[in-house]
Write a protein that binds this ligand. Sequence first.
Ligand SMILES: [Zn+2]
Length: 45
Amino acid sequence: MFVGDLVRLKCPSCGHVWDYKGKRKYYANCPDCHRSVHIAKYRVE
Ligand SMILES: [Zn+2]
């Protein structure tokens, strides 16, 4: 993954889908429920 990549993630807790564009490589926080979401595991194409 390159810096600045956009990653579409789906939160396993609330089902919210969003485009994550951040610096962290492994975990992002769901903007809806603030759960930690594992990027590699919950990214959607
Ligand atoms: Zn969520």
